[in-house]
Design a protein around this ligand. Structure first.
Ligand code: AMP
Length: 452
């Protein structure tokens, strides 16, 4: 087995690796690091959780350890699809450059230009950026990319999803033809293949097992969810989520909960908090500083539940997540693999539960086809009160206007009815309590709420 000491890395980097507690390189590291140090282009087909960040940061640091940065001309560039991912790559640099004197700047939206300009003016060894922000700086004449010796494109498939490919092509064109390119993508869509054929020169291709096939240490389950009544679907789905969390007890130390829509991210986080589950949302509409704080709280263990959208969560490195809950079945099957890959990392075991409504059954079939296995069905641990059909005159508005109690203790003690397997079809029982109905204003998006 390859050891870090076999990789010819600078001793100061080896020291930092040892201090980070890494013992052996992961397969993508063992494959990419020697090729990169030799100066070759690298095409890494790997997902987060495989150690891919270190597979490009370590050789970059090794190569940059010699030489000095010049004003406004960064020596290397890392492009990431999201701010969080960029911030995470920056953290990786900090960890591994601990014993070296290298400078870096992080160019991401939501952070003031002034501070970033000052750093770039001084000269940086590593520039880590999202494509849009990088081009903003370039267009303001604050940055020259002609000194870039190494360029990294991370999570290219996500860049493609987010429409960044034209920006990436433009940035490639602004860097010298002689640069070395390290390019990472979880999948090789035709468009990605085209980019790599255009901009990489005889790359060393390293493909590591897809996480879907490598994730035997993630126990998976899906609840086939059916509401007792159509107008209770949303609240009962949230109740199902809480019941799944409760059923895991202390084994669920922390979790990421994925929703397909930003509004559901907000609603879900709010609802969880209302019931005494400590949760915070993270999605693209939230303020950058708020997102960073939430993430930091979650990493530090001060926040138990992170409710996230796919884009915001992409690439997030949260080392020890015990559980992933898919509040919705993702519309893109690939996202399932990314989502559950947040748990069961670095050899730990993890659990991933999903809630599948009737309308999501097609998406579930696509997920199962992709991962080539059936996700075990688990019984819904939540019990719903069987209820009569909704009277026609009752509107959500009048429901929202009813007095509500936010007191979790009284609510959770509300008696639930005895039930049997036929409960969903039993329309004869009385309505009991209010369930976890959320006032309608919470269901609005942030913009809608600001406007209202
Ligand atoms: P990544 O795929 O880059 O998101 O990395 C996933 C996680 O694995 C991160 O928490 C890294 O700190 C960790 N990691 C990276 N390389 C190693 C290694 N060689 N040994 C153990 N953990 C590692």
């Amino acid at each position: 087995m390859t050891k870090f000491t076999d990789l010819n890395l600078n001793p100061k980097i080896l020291k930092a690796i040892e201090e980070a507690g890494y013992e052996t390189p992961t397969p993508i590291q063992a494959g990419a690091i020697p090729a990169a140090i030799e100066g070759k282009d690298v095409l890494g087909i790997a997902q987060t959780g495989t150690g891919k960040t270190a597979s490009f940061t370590l050789p970059m640091i090794h190569m940059l350890a010699r030489g000095r940065a010049r004003a406004r001309m960064p020596r290397s560039l890392v492009l990431c699809p999201t701010r969080e991912l960029a911030a995470q790559v920056a953290e990786n640099f900090d960890t591994y450059t601990k014993h070296l004197k290298l400078t870096k700047a992080l160019l991401i939206g939501g952070v003031s230009f002034k501070e970033q300009d000052a750093l770039i003016d001084k000269g940086v060894d590593v520039l880590i950026a999202t494509p849009g922000r990088l081009l903003d700086h370039f267009e303001r004449g604050k940055l020259l990319l002609t000194g870039v010796q190494i360029m990294v494109v991370d999570e290219a498939d996500r860049m493609l999803d987010m429409g960044f490919i034209p920006d990436i092509e433009r940035i490639f064109g602004l860097t010298p033809f002689t640069r070395q390119t390290l390019f990472f993508s979880a999948t090789m869509a035709p468009e990605i293949e085209r980019i790599t054929n255009t901009f990489l020169s005889a790359p060393t291709r390293i493909e590591v097992a897809r996480q879907a096939t490598a994730s035997e240490n993630i126990a998976q389950g899906v609840v086939m969810f059916q509401a007792s009544r159509k107008d209770r679907e949303a609240s009962e789905k949230r109740k199902t989520l809480r019941a799944l969390i409760d059923a895991e007890g202390d084994a669920c130390t922390n979790a990421i909960i994925f929703c397909n829509r930003k509004t559901d991210v907000d609603i879900c986080a709010k609802s969880l908090n209302k019931y005494g589950y400590q949760a915070a949302p993270i999605h693209g509409d939230l303020d950058q500083s708020q997102r960073m704080k939430t993430l930091e709280d979650f990493r530090q263990g001060n926040l138990r539940f992170l409710v996230a959208s796919d884009v915001a969560a992409r690439g997030l490195d949260v080392p020890s997540v015990s559980h992933v809950f898919n509040f919705d079945v993702p519309g893109h099957a690939e996202d399932y693999v990314h989502r559950i890959g947040r748990t069961g990392r670095a050899g730990r075991s993890g659990k991933a539960f999903m809630i599948c409504s009737k309308r999501d059954e097609k998406s579930l079939a696509a997920v199962e086809e992709l991962i080539n296995k059936e996700i075990p069905r688990v019984e819904n641990p939540a019990k719903f009160d069987a209820a009569p059909a909704k009277p026609a005159a009752r509107t959500p508005k009048s429901e929202a206007a009813k007095p509500k109690s936010g007191d979790r203790a009284t609510r959770s003690k509300a008696p639930s009815q005895p039930r049997d397997k036929k409960q969903h079809n039993d329309n004869t029982s009385k309505v009991v309590g209010m369930g976890d109905h959320l006032p309608s204003f919470i269901a609005l998006s942030f913009e809608e709420r600001r406007a209202g």
